[in-house]
Design a protein around this ligand. Structure first.
Ligand code: PLP
Length: 406
């Protein structure tokens, strides 16, 4: 094994275990990534030494917790190259962030007869909040179609953009197929018609750098647990001009400036959108994950993941009875496939017996599966800590599935 990858694997305690007596090969990284020891230690240290509520204490621990929490926000802002940390709102993750925008932006800017444009590649999290908004406001949900290889039809996209479109919401990378969407071009096209764009970045931040100013996106959502950080924390980048104009949607402590029984004025950004005690420990853990990604470096991550995608595609597509679903030219390290006449749950259960974790099902993209004429796939999603040897083991396990069903 490449000594660098061997060293990286040692940072992840969970990868050292055996499952069903076999070394764990974890290929479910698009669902959630594993956490390095430094992230685990950071959270433990917070609860062991610093645990205290933020923003309203004069005592030392509260000040330390506040400082650490705000430092995490600054790290996230730097990671995305946001122009200010006030443009980073902490939430529970992508789902909550999209709900926030669908509600708050929708409340202020969407009216009867308007259109919301999403794509056929979206996760349920980037469909249902918009659908609900459309019901509330009597607006219409429009869908950018895809080609059979899993790429968006950009000509159709251009035609769907109209004076009625209030927002475009598309994912950066498809969790089900791995397609990397041409979001910069899509944002430019929308902006030519003054339409803001939300990018669902749930899969976008673990494979390469993202620069929200260069992309010029209006909103970018993220989930820490998919970028080697803890569960239960994530957030929303939003351009200040939009965030200022949007009303808050949760009310209570932290988000207020002054409260009387007659009237309340709201706090400044980003606190206006962070009602109640935030998830301080996990925000700090997210900061540690960003530090970790910085140590590993995008060069290493991209090289290893590109190698795994190329090798995996070659090996898996050569197995009889297997068809890869999603063959876009620009792909992240995600391989979805189906096996002729074998249900994905049966395949996944057998593969698990070899200590290999793959995801099976519709990947929260039922409309996409319907468009592709299938009900689900088996998905292997690779992280930089995966190896060719683990892919060889997956290939053997798929061979065993074939044997068992012959
Ligand atoms: N969008 C995409 C593309 C995803 O892959 C996911 C999770 O799999 C989500 C949204 C939802 O993310 P979360 O469950 O962290 O809110």
């Amino acid at each position: 094994m490449n000594p660098l990858i061997e060293k990286i694997r040692a940072d992840f305690p969970i990868l050292q275990q055996t499952i069903h007596g076999k070394p764990l090969a974890y290929f479910d990284n698009a669902a959630t990534t594993q956490k390095p020891q430094s992230v685990i230690d950071t959270i433990t240290r917070f609860y062991t030494e610093e645990n205290s509520n933020v923003h309203r204490g004069v005592h030392r621990m509260s000040q330390a917790a506040t400082q650490a929490y705000e430092l995490a926000r600054q790290k996230m802002a730097d990671f995305l190259n946001a122009s200010s940390s006030a443009e980073i709102i902490f939430t529970r993750g992508t789902t909550e962030s999209i709900n926030l925008v669908a509600y708050c932006y929708g409340e202020a800017f969407v009216n009867e007869g308007d259109e919301i444009l999403i794509s056929a590649l979206e996760h349920h999290s980037d469909i249902v909040p918009w659908q609900q908004l459309c019901i509330r406001k009597k607006a219409t949900l429009k869908v950018i179609p895809i080609f059979d290889n899993g790429e968006l039809d950009l000509d159709a996209y251009k035609k769907l953009l109209s004076a009625k479109t209030r927002i475009v919401a598309v994912n950066h990378i498809s969790n089900a197929l791995g397609t990397i969407n041409p979001i910069k071009e899509m944002i430019q096209l929308a902006h030519e018609m003054n339409i803001p764009v939300l990018i669902d970045g749930a899969q976008g931040l673990s494979h390469g750098p993202v620069d929200v100013q260069d992309l010029d996106c209006d909103f970018y959502t993220f989930s820490a647990h998919k970028m080697y950080g803890p569960m239960g924390i994530g957030g929303l980048y939003g351009k200040r001009e939009w965030l200022e104009k949007m009303p808050p949607y949760q009310f209570g402590g932290e988000m207020i400036s002054k409260v009387t029984f007659e009237k309340t004025t709201f706090n400044e950004l980003p606190y206006k959108f962070e009602a109640g005690t935030p998830n301080v420990a996990d925000a700090i853990g997210l900061g540690a994950a960003i530090d970790y990604l910085g140590q590993v470096g995008w060069e290493t991550i991209r090289t290893q993941e590109a190698d795994l995608l190329a090798y995996g595609t070659q090996q898996i597509s050569a197995i009889k009875n297997v068809k890869i679903i999603g063959t876009a030219t620009q792909k992240a390290s995600i391989i979805s496939f189906v096996m002729n006449n074998i249900h994905f749950f049966d395949a996944g259960t057998i593969i698990d017996q070899f200590g290999i974790a793959v995801r099976t099902g519709n990947h929260c993209t039922q409309p996409l599966m319907e468009r592709l004429g299938i009900i689900g796939t088996i998905r292997a999603s690779f992280a930089f800590y995966n190896t060719r040897n683990e892919i060889d083991r997956l290939v053997d396990a798929i061979g065993k599935v074939n044997e068992l069903f012959e």
